[in-house]
Structure formats: structure tokens, C-alpha cells
Write a protein that binds this ligand. Structure first.
Ligand SMILES: [Fe+2]
Ligand SMILES: [Fe+2]
Length: 294
């Protein structure tokens, strides 16, 4: 899993708003659940892969939590109508749609899995044990941090679309990857804008990038995997050894197709390195990424 996007959830700041449903305004999405050919899922080779089940279902859980942690992100940019409108009217509906599409896929392909019940147990823990992440102290740094999140999800879904034995899942993952890349471009553009009005040093931007990188494959994915594992192994305690084992299996599936170069290019972009430094840094960072990500 490659998300690391949880920030302190809104309910941690204001518990009275914990269960308030987030309104999803009309949006301008490129695709919808109705545009997908769900009938094409029949005797499905994806059904046989337990690792794929973990990857897709954990992603569906994490995407579905977006409205839980997004209010504080929007609040940080309150007053900047262009950004808050985009977050509320495009980015949030996109992310929620990602969760809905993946959930429907899981429910069709693995019909014995009770998505709603396990999601509630996941959400219970996810809400009570938020990740260590917080918003960055400045808007410029937060935009850089958001680029890392979208880099992670774009890389993840692009890989998922490549490894999927099922064309429907490949299409869903491909559409989501496309959205995540668009999100990255928006956040990067806003980052550049803030760099002009509220500049941050390269060192400071690096810290923001590293802070967010450290959250990749963090608490959100651990909690998701735990609840999925417990559902199928109700008598076994979940621990770090089991988690690492699940990760190792995921890695074996993902690694040959993971777009390391794209990932590193997206990561280095906010640092605005000179072409010479970029040329030197790229292969070094790519080598490093092969050890760290996913
Ligand atoms: Fe997403
Ligand atoms: Fe996104």
C-alpha cells in the first residue's frame, strides 16, 4: 500500500463533528461508476488472488475515509476560493468516487466478504488512532506534502492497473491513476503559486516531502490490513510479523511493475533542482526508492 495521506482527522480537533456527514457537491468528473462495464466481471481470475484482495480492499477502505480527514485540509486554505472550490468540488468527489468504485468491485468479486461490516470496524480504529501526520506548518509546505500523497497514489494505481488479471479492475485502477496524476498537477501548480507569495527554502520543502514520505505505508495501511486479516483469521492475533509478511507478498506482486522513475520524478519536482543536479539525483533517488517503496 502506498498512501500515507491521513492527517489529523477532523474529529480529533472537534469531536462534536465526528459523525457529521460530509456533503458531496455536484462535481465534474471524467468518469463515473455508471460508465464502467461491471457486467464484464464474470469468472474472474482476480478472485483467486488473496494478495490482490488485500491490495484492492485496503485501498477501498482508505479511499473511503477521505471525507473524515479532509475538512482540516480545506480549512488551511480557507480564504483562497480557487483552492477550496477545487478541493470541495473536484478533489473530494474524485477521492470519494475512488472509494465507491473499489468497494463495488470488491463486493462483486469477493461476495462473501462483508465490506460494510469490516469497514465499520476498520473505521472505528482508524478514527480512534489517527496517524502521526499533521498538516505542515505553512501552506507552501502543505502543498508540497500533498504532491507526495498524490505521487504515492498515482504510482500505486498505475501499478495496480498493470498487475490486474481482470480488465475491469485494470480500467478502474487506470481511471483512478489518471485522477491522481491530475490531482498532483493541481497541487504542484498551487505549490508553485505559494512559492511566489510565501516562499520556502529547498531545505524546508525537503522536510515537508520527507515528513509525508515517512507516512507512506503507515498507520492507515497497517490498520486496514489488520481488519482484513482478522476477518479471515478471527482466532489469530494480528501482529507486525503478519503485516510484514502481507507486505512482502504485495511487494512481490507490485515491484516488477512499480513506476519508480515516474515516482521519483514527481517527488523531486517541487525541489526545483537545476537540470545538472536533477540528472545526478534521479538515478540515486530511484535506487533508494527501490529499497523503500512500495
Ligand atoms: Fe484517490
Ligand atoms: Fe488524489
Amino acid at each position: 500500500m502506498c498512501f500515507g495521506r491521513s492527517t489529523v482527522p477532523e474529529h480529533k480537533r472537534n469531536s462534536s463533528r465526528c459523525d457529521a456527514p460530509t456533503p458531496i457537491p455536484a462535481n465534474r468528473q471524467r468518469w463515473s461508476l455508471d460508465s464502467l462495464d461491471w457486467q464484464a466481471i464474470s469468472s474472474n481470475p482476480a478472485r483467486e488472488s488473496e494478495t490482490l484482495f488485500y491490495l484492492v480492499t485496503a485501498a477501498s477502505f482508505i479511499e473511503s475515509t477521505t471525507d473524515r480527514y479532509t475538512a482540516n485540509l480545506i480549512a488551511q486554505f480557507r480564504g483562497d476560493n480557487e483552492i477550496t472550490s477545487w478541493l470541495e468540488q473536484q478533489w473530494l468527489p474524485d477521492e470519494i468516487q475512488h472509494g465507491h468504485a473499489l468497494r463495488r468491485y470488491v463486493q462483486i468479486v469477493w461476495p462473501n466478504f462483508d465490506w460494510d461490516r469490516v469497514y465499520i470496524s476498520f473505521l472505528d480504529e482508524f478514527s480512534a488512532h489517527c496517524g502521526p501526520g499533521e498538516l505542515e506548518p505553512t501552506r507552501t509546505r502543505e502543498m508540497a506534502s500533498r504532491c507526495v500523497v498524490e505521487m504515492g497514489t498515482a504510482s500505486y494505481y498505475r501499478t495496480l492497473s498493470l498487475i490486474s488479471p481482470d480488465p475491469v479492475l485494470a480500467t478502474i485502477a487506470g481511471q483512478i491513476a489518471h485522477d491522481e496524476i491530475r490531482h498532483y498537477k493541481h497541487f504542484y501548480r498551487y505549490f508553485r503559486r505559494f512559492q511566489k507569495t510565501e516562499p520556502e527554502s529547498r531545505r524546508s520543502v525537503s522536510i515537508a516531502l520527507l515528513n509525508r514520505l515517512r507516512m507512506i505505508d503507515g498507520q492507515d495501511s497497517f490498520i486496514a490490513m489488520k481488519h482484513l486479516y482478522r476477518n479471515s483469521h478471527p482466532c489469530e492475533p494480528f501482529n507486525i510479523r503478519i503485516y510484514r509478511n502481507l507486505r512482502r507478498r504485495s511487494r512481490q506482486l507490485i515491484e516488477p511493475h512499480f513506476p519508480y522513475r515516474m515516482c521519483i520524478q514527481m517527488l523531486l519536482k517541487p525541489l526545483d533542482l537545476s537540470p545538472q543536479v536533477h540528472r545526478i539525483a534521479l538515478p540515486m533517488a530511484e535506487t533508494l526508492a527501490r529499497w523503500v517503496v512500495p
